[in-house]
Design a protein around this ligand. Structure first.
Ligand code: NAD
Length: 316
């Protein structure tokens, strides 16, 4: 029986699976500054993005057999250091892809019909402004027939491209490591296959009406001033990948100049304190990094994490 600390929460089903497998599961979160003192008595820790598992913490935990991350990104874990100590690092990369893709489209639909603006202004302005607001928000656009540039054709990028195809958008994919992808359009009732080839960023940028990012943050922005220059005037930008993949100064300038009509952002540099001028911007639709935060994704994450951790603890 192993002693497992769930420090950032897990879906009930995942906790139950771990307990049913005979493990002791502690779900009371231990503050980061107390982990050095308390984690050494555990065999495994499960985190999301809040808890950091750095080398100095790993070094004081000789009993640790696994570090589990519910979700995709491993930036809060010193993965190489853990592996060098023989500690498994487990994550659930596929569980939230559909949810993130759907949130990207939630931003896009919201921007296309000014929902985020209506929801801000209608309660403030009251019914006397109804007609004026109706006029302000009557310049929406349909997504059907528009071109969607998808940067990153991994798990989430493919789901997003599939959603775009399903509503009649043209897709241009960009991924230097994936030459083409086969997409399944539709759902349980409709099922059609469609292949898209990946092109270079420079080829995609001038043609897309909407650009959505689904890449890891690798230390440099993928979109900066030079890339914004190459985009169509009035492009819509969606970022539900990672803070830092877009140069925020350049994005704000592009919003001011009209190069970007509007942006939908789920991720920010310096989370959890994004810059105030982004939060207050009238043409940015905002969510606080909730791309993976659906009931379905949390359940899939909990199940996948529990299955992988139980299998690993059985082996070790
Ligand atoms: P993935 O590894 O399956 O796909 C990423 C793809 O990006 C890969 O195919 C890779 O080849 C490609 N890529 C890397 N650099 C590129 C570049 N410069 N240009 C174009 N393509 C490039 O990852 P994923 O599961 O699809 O996740 C994508 C991103 O979404 C990650 O940053 C992840 O952290 C983020 N994410 C966000 C949320 C959220 O809540 N908003 C949730 C989960 C994941």
């Amino acid at each position: 029986m192993a002693k497992i600390l769930i420090n950032d929460g897990i879906a009930d089903i995942g906790e139950k699976m771990l307990r049913d497998a005979g493990h002791e599961v502690i779900t009371e979160s231990i503050p980061q500054e107390e982990l050095h003192a308390q984690l050494p008595s555990f065999d495994a820790i499960c985190v999301r993005s809040a808890t950091k598992v750095r080398a100095s913490l790993i070094d004081v935990c000789p009993n640790l057999k696994a570090i589990c991350r519910g979700g995709v990104g491993l930036d809060n874990i010193d993965v190489d250091h853990a592996k060098s100590k023989g500690i498994a690092v487990i994550n659930t990369p596929a569980a939230s892809s559909r949810s993130v893709a759907e949130l990207s489209f939630a931003h896009l639909f919201s921007i296309a019909r000014s929902l985020y603006l209506s929801n801000r202004s209608m309660p403030e302005e009251g019914s006397s402004a109804f007609k004026a607001l109706k006029k302000s928000y009557s310049k929406g656009f349909e997504l059907y027939g528009k071109t969607l540039g998808v940067i990153g054709l991994g798990r989430i990028g493919r789901e997003t491209a599939q959603l775009g195809l399903s509503i009649g958008m043209e897709i241009i994919g960009v991924d230097p490591y994936i030459p083409k992808v086969e997409l399944i359009i539709g759902g349980q009732q409709v099922n059609a296959k469609h292949t898209i080839a990946s092109v270079s960023l420079e080829e995609m940028l001038p043609h897309a009406d909407v650009i959505t990012l689904h890449v890891p943050f690798l230390g440099q922005p993928v979109l900066g001033a030079a890339e914004f220059q190459q985009m169509k005037d009035g492009v819509v930008l969606i970022n539900a990948s990672r803070g830092g993949t877009v140069d925020e100064d350049a994005m704000l300038e592009a919003l001011e100049s009209g190069k970007i009509a509007a942006a939908g952002l789920d991720v920010f540099i310096n989370e959890p304190t994004p810059r105030p001028d982004i939060l207050a911007h009238p043409r940015i639709s905002l969510t606080p990094h909730t791309g993976a935060s659906t009931l379905e994704a949390q359940q899939k994450i909990g199940i996948e994490l529990a299955e992988k951790l139980i299998a690993h603890l059985n082996q070790s």
